[in-house]
Design a protein around this ligand. Structure first.
Ligand code: MG
Length: 250
């Protein structure tokens, strides 16, 4: 657990818990795609469609690989790859939200990843706040969750962090770390990109192999813990979380 200790020590450098503060509850910041929900079969297709709607013609070059990137980043990269003006970003983002809603209303259903419902409950029972840290916009996150039948009320949306304009995931994690300074934090995600973002903000990272990446690939990240999924891996995750509170007071 050396990495965990290191990450917690980094957290201490810019935020320690003041015992006199009101309710410094620990937060579990959840990634969405591949972590809370199984990836869609055509995970990248919607981005290209949104940009094509914004420009009114087909894209010349495909949208670069999307796993672990923020919506904002994917759109910036696809615009650049196609030599398109960057001020098309907000229009493409609006189309992306609308396409997600259409998919949601059209019955395109995502599946909840194994063990997620039990993990959400177990974390809450232990005093952790479940919140979101995702490359999706808030709207897209909501549509996907509702489509999958995941209870949106299980999350603190007021302290959740979204990436519809963020060019890099680190921008979202740094925003979360600044706003939740003094709270103990942990990120749960399914990609090396989640780990890089967590590292950038000194937030401990737990990886689940329910998305595009394998346990072996995720072990190459700075993750404190890697589990196959939250069904079999839940006891290990709970043990790791139980170790978190004392570390940032050291
Ligand atoms: Mg993900």
């Amino acid at each position: 657990m050396t990495r965990w200790t290191d990450a917690a020590a980094r957290l201490c450098q810019h935020g320690t818990v003041d015992d006199t503060e009101r309710d410094p509850r620990p937060y579990v910041l959840w990634d969405v795609d591949g972590t809370l929900l199984r990836n869609g079969v055509n995970a990248g297709g919607l981005y290209g469609e949104a940009i094509e709607l914004a420009i009114g013609r087909p894209l010349e070059h495909p949208v670069p690989r999307v796993h672990g990137k923020t919506d904002g980043q994917i759109i910036w990269e696809a615009l650049d790859a196609n030599g398109l003006p960057r001020d098309l970003h907000s229009l493409a983002s609006a189309h992306l939200d609308r396409l997600s809603l259409e998919r949601h209303l059209g019955g395109s259903r995502r599946e909840i990843a194994p063990g997620v419902v039990g993990a959400l409950r177990a974390f809450a029972e232990r005093g952790f706040v479940n919140a979101l840290l995702t490359g999706n916009s808030a709207n897209r996150t909501r549509y996907k969750m509702e489509g999958a039948g995941l209870d949106t009320l299980a999350f603190d949306w007021g302290h959740s962090y979204f990436g519809d304009t963020a060019p890099l995931r680190a921008e979202i994690t740094l925003r979360a770390a600044a706003e939740l300074e003094g709270h103990r934090l942990v990120i749960i995600g399914d990609t090396p990109g989640d780990g890089i973002g967590a590292d950038a903000a000194g937030i401990p990272f737990i990886a689940v192999a329910t998305g595009h990446y394998t346990v072996a690939e995720l072990r190459e990240t700075g993750a404190a813990l890697v589990v196959e999924d939250l069904l079999g891996g839940l006891p290990e995750v709970l043990a790791a979380l139980a170790g978190l509170p004392s570390l940032d007071r050291a």
